[in-house]
Ligand binder design. Structure first.
Ligand code: ADP
Ligand code: MG
Length: 425
């Protein structure tokens, strides 16, 4: 425990997003603020806590001398200095795993200035693993539970017991999981599972609705252990590449993408099938979803970066982050106008997760309580307040079958022919 959660529905309830398969449900983006403890470095330089949170989700300024508290913002979910990664993951990340198994995309961002606690939140430590390893473990334990439910065979089919499968009441399903780890630095997208694959291109795949990164390693994983090994490899490559190119990792975005495909298993033989009347047929739909877990570049102002004498890199690195801010601002305003998803690699990659069919989004806004970084904390809280207003739509991704896809293309060709004929007239 140890965190204040103002939402009566409990943090796990998020914005009340409908995770079930079927129609679209409006829901807010889930925004949490994580106020870490003062760190050793801050203490040593004599910094003191100038920000604090209360159990009802209020975050405000605190006078280190008198302890007087001035409320500034209120959020549904606020994690104080005592909160651990299990609290954060349990409230924000693990609730996205079940929906992903039934085809609903999930995205989690860690936002904040450098050293605010983003990487601690996403990766964590051996003793207190972060969101990424916890999501991986949860995913495979839910898959194992679903498989066990499927093997319960007849009782499952005959409906004697409630279905514990996260895949819902559609019958037994099989799952396959693929994992990618990538980095965006200076608007260049690199593969962290295979560093020889650099500067990769992004495009949208009409069939799955997913965004495809050309040439990116998508490693099939069969167990949590295999996935954790890949996470370790990605982390290692990130550090090596940062050193090799004299890069500052605080200016790169690290994206772990887990793609989950769920396929209905064939129904077991029943009497009619055994008599040869009907071959067993798959029940339910095939779904695919991706879980994107993102450790963003530091959100410190461009000025801070320029003052380090790295103007170019600063302006480049900010493109993805600035565009993310603009996109969130536009979505929050609810305006029907143009949302500039295509202006940066990061927003292109995330477009389906932020606006397309299937979307559950959580943002952990990390802040330090240190007075020395009070302005940055105020900025991050402003970002958090704005992000809270975004509406996303949760819906199941259905993989289009060939016939549907063909029909769609035929219509597109017909439209293009018509346009061409009109242009020639
Ligand atoms: P960022 O990735 O935002 O630059 P880090 O996650 O590397 O920041 O955190 C900076 C330092 O603060 C690290 O030493 C980290 O271990 C520590 N830290 C961050 N968040 C917490 C927390 N919630 N509890 C304890 N230590 C933390
Ligand atoms: Mg970091």
């Amino acid at each position: 425990g140890g965190f204040a959660d103002g939402s009566s529905g409990g943090a796990g309830g998020g914005g009340g997003a409908g995770a079930s398969s079927g129609g679209a449900t409006r829901s807010s983006i889930q925004v949490a603020v994580r106020l870490r403890p003062l760190c050793e470095k801050e203490r040593l330089r004599g910094d003191r806590a100038g920000w604090a949170s209360e159990r009802d989700g209020t975050v405000g300024l605190v006078d280190p001398n008198t302890g007087a508290f001035t409320p500034k913002h209120r959020f549904d979910t606020v994690f104080g200095p005592e909160a651990g990664n299990s609290d954060v993951a349990g409230a924000l990340a693990l609730p996205l795993v079940g929906p992903a198994l039934s085809g609903v995309n999930g995205t989690i961002f860690a936002y904040g200035v450098t050293s605010s606690g983003k990487t601690h939140t996403m990766m964590g430590t051996e003793g207190d693993p972060g969101i990424v390893p916890r999501v991986v473990r949860e995913l495979f334990s839910q898959i194992a539970a679903a498989a066990a439910a499927g093997q319960a065979g007849s009782s499952f089919i005959h409906g004697c017991s409630p279905c514990p499968s996260p895949a819902g009441p559609g019958g037994p399903r099989s799952f396959s999981v693929r994992m990618s780890i990538m980095e965006i630095y200076n608007e260049i997208l690199n593969d962290l599972l295979d560093p020889s694959r650099a500067n990769l291109k992004v495009r949208e795949d009409a069939r799955s609705g997913l965004v495809v990164v050309e040439g990116l390693t998508e490693q099939p994983v069969a167990s949590a252990e295999q996935a954790l090994e890949l996470i370790h490899r990605g982390d290692h490559n990130r550090k090596v590449s940062a050193t090799a190119f004299n890069e500052d990792s605080s200016r790169s975005h690290t994206i772990t993408r887990i793609i989950v495909e769920s396929t209905p298993l064939q129904q077991p033989f029943d009497a009619a099938a055994a008599a040869g009347a009907d071959p067993p047929r798959p029940v339910g739909r095939r779904t695919t979803a991706c879980l994107c877990l993102i450790d963003l570049a530091g959100s410190e102002s461009a000025k801070a970066v320029v003052s380090k004498g790295q103007r170019m890199e600063g302006s480049y690195i900010n493109r993805s982050l600035l565009t993310l801010g603009t996109v969130i601002h536009k979505l929050a305003a609810g305006a029907a106008g143009h949302v500039p998803f295509r202006d940066s690699k990061l927003t292109r990659l995330l477009q389906p997760s932020l606006s397309g069919p299937g979307a559950r989004v959580a943002v952990v806004c990390n802040v330090t309580p240190a007075m020395g970084q009070s302005d940055e904390t105020a900025n991050t809280l402003k970002f958090a307040a704005r992000a809270k207003l975004v509406q996303v739509t949760a819906r199941t991704n259905e993989v289009l079958d060939d016939r549907t896809l063909l029909r769609r293309y035929q219509k597109e060709v017909a439209d293009l022919k018509r346009q061409l004929a009109e242009a020639r007239r």
